[in-house]
Design a protein around this ligand. Structure first.
Ligand SMILES: Cc1cc2nc3c(=O)[nH]c(=O)nc-3n(C[C@H](O)[C@H](O)[C@H](O)COP(=O)(O)OP(=O)(O)OC[C@H]3O[C@@H](n4cnc5c(N)ncnc54)[C@H](O)[C@@H]3O)c2cc1C
Length: 488
């Protein structure tokens, strides 16, 4: 049968199974960019159709029909991937399987500190449902209003609370998933302990839609903190930030939930592109009312406790006093109101958007052992200055996890597009060689997708690549699920 007839037959079968309204085909009137273009607008694909099943059985039917017709599938949650993992290729031959209609919270088990949700639930809705039950689901990303829990698990997302609660992997107790053959795997348990062989849940987490489609998840909850407090701190070096982190860990122990750092450049970008959002926070620090006086490094330190607020401030205030006396910090302010607390987090969360508004950059999401972060920044800056005099670095991230977003823009006189297309490989080589020498990783939390697939193949141990390929071949021999992504 020729390809066009196969595609027509598949589309008819999908419409018959799910209803015509669940099968969208892009056309000139509605190119359906929200499904076909990535968040950074770096990749734009062309899908045969966007299919929106309503439940697990329908997901299984879609996969079976696609497998029968030899058509591959790109699973998609909120399409906030920063590595081009969730958009189709340009062939017009792939189905985007959108999980947006599987968006229900199924149950909350307060006594077991767990909840069960469908995979297309927005992360913000998962957090809200936990909160309504008087509990906490701590995964927190700037994209939480758009990304889904299925996407978070498929990418093993990180975010701002990893220091205390771990990544999405640590927050998942069980999964339900549809295999590449269209069978349903039932692993939706809510146990803390289960030693019955290979951990299939952990295999799926971080597999970026290449091994199975996550349809539901059982999640680990925590008691909701009674008090939460953040401080914005000005430091003049990353070494000082690191010493402050050690002091904060020692003093606050489990109450320390986040330790974010922002170099002067990303804060300046936030002030430039989103002044209304950013200024409310920077104005809180005495020396940083205007861009020229911004501190070299701004730390956003987050604490939470199930005890009363008074006990938290009794720990935080002396900690900052000690740091000031020891010369680790230049000044600090503790949020006194909910508005100030929100302003501090808004500053941090506007940075990715401000960067996007600034233009194209060569982006990195690296991690090195926390103790090596200052060394990484020193070495990378020196090597980049040498190779590209005048280049601009935008660096911020989760110092508590050794994870930096380290993004490089060309010199001001060169167009961003020209710098990216001419120098991306060289910039990557410079940055990743240093990361590798410091025993780090080229992807701390965003995943591999299509952006970093070849880089992963070139840099990871050969045995890792062999095992990844063998696992992919065993579970998806026809390469139906997200081909060309993740697996080198
Ligand atoms: C402003 C902004 C801030 C961000 N901050 C962070 C951050 O702090 N930390 C972080 O880790 N990430 C961050 N991200 C990246 C992104 O939000 C995460 O990777 C998120 O987990 C993706 O979820 P999603 O639902 O949008 O997935 P998508 O982008 O739709 O998909 C991501 C990958 O998962 C696969 N996938 C999606 N759903 C499923 C499913 N149900 N089953 C199987 N595979 C699936 C897709 O095929 C794709 O490979 C940020 C993104 C933006 C835009």
């Amino acid at each position: 049968m020729n390809t066009a007839r196969v595609f027509d037959e598949l589309l008819n079968a999908l419409r018959a199974a799910l209803g015509a309204a669940a099968v969208l085909t892009p056309d000139a009137q509605d190119p359906l960019d929200r499904y076909q273009q990535d968040w950074r607008k770096r990749y734009r694909g062309q899908a045969l159709a966007i299919v929106r099943p309503a439940n697990t059985d329908e997901v299984a039917q879609v996969v079976r029909l696609c497998a029968q017709h030899g058509v591959s599938i790109v699973p998609q949650g909120g399409n906030t991937s920063l590595v081009g993992g969730s958009v189709p290729d340009a062939s017009g031959h792939q189905i985007v399987l959108s999980m947006s209609r599987l968006n229900r919270v199924l149950s909350v088990d307060a006594a077991n500190l767990s909840m069960t949700v469908q995979a297309g639930c927005l992360l913000a809705d998962v957090q809200a449902a936990a909160d309504q039950a008087g509990l906490l689901f701590p995964l927190s990303l700037a994209s939480e209003g758009s990304c889904t829990i299925g996407g978070n698990l498929a990418t093993n997302a990180g975010g701002t609370q990893v220091l205390r609660y771990g990544t999405a992997r640590e927050l998942c107790l069980g999964l339900e998933a549809v295999t590449a053959q269209g069978d349903i795997w039932q692993g939706l348990q809510s146990l803390r302990k289960d030693n019955t062989g290979y951990d299939l849940r952990d295999l799926l987490i971080g597999s970026e839609g290449t091994l199975g489609i996550i349809t539901a998840a059982s999640l680990r909850l925590y008691p909701r903190p009674a008090s939460q407090m953040s401080a914005l701190v000005a430091c003049n070096s990353l070494d000082a930030c690191l010493r402050l982190l050690a002091l904060a860990r020692q003093t606050l122990d489990a109450s320390l939930t986040g330790f974010e750092v922002m170099h002067r450049a990303p804060v300046a970008l936030a002030l430039q592109h989103l002044p209304a959002q950013a200024h409310a926070a920077t104005a809180l620090l005495p020396t940083s009312g205007d861009v020229s006086a911004l501190p070299e490094w701004t730390v956003l330190l987050d604490t939470a406790s199930t005890r009363v607020p008074h006990e938290l401030s009794a720990q935080l205030e002396p900690l900052l006093d000690t740091a000031l006396v020891a010369g680790l910090i230049d000044n600090a302010v503790i949020a006194q109101t909910e508005t100030q607390y929100r302003a501090m987090w808004t500053l941090r969360e506007t940075i990715p958007l401000a960067e996007k508004m600034e233009g194209l950059m060569v982006k990195h999401d690296i991690a090195v052992p926390t103790s090596c972060v200052p060394d990484f920044v020193r070495q990378a800056q020196a090597a980049l200055d040498m190779a590209f005099p005048g280049c601009r670095v935008v660096c911020f991230g989760h110092l508590g996890d050794g994870n930096l977003h380290y993004n490089v823009q060309g010199p001001a006189h060169q167009s961003d597009q020209a710098f990216l297309s001419q120098h991306e490989h060289t910039v990557n080589d410079i940055v990743y060689d240093i990361v590798q020498r410091l025993n780090g990783t080229i992807s701390a939390e965003h995943g591999i997708g299509q952006l970093k697939r070849d880089e992963l193949g070139a840099r990871q141990c050969a045995v890792s690549t062999q095992w990844m390929r063998a696992i992919k071949l065993a579970l998806d021999p026809a390469n139906t699920l997200n081909p060309g992504r993740l697996v080198p």
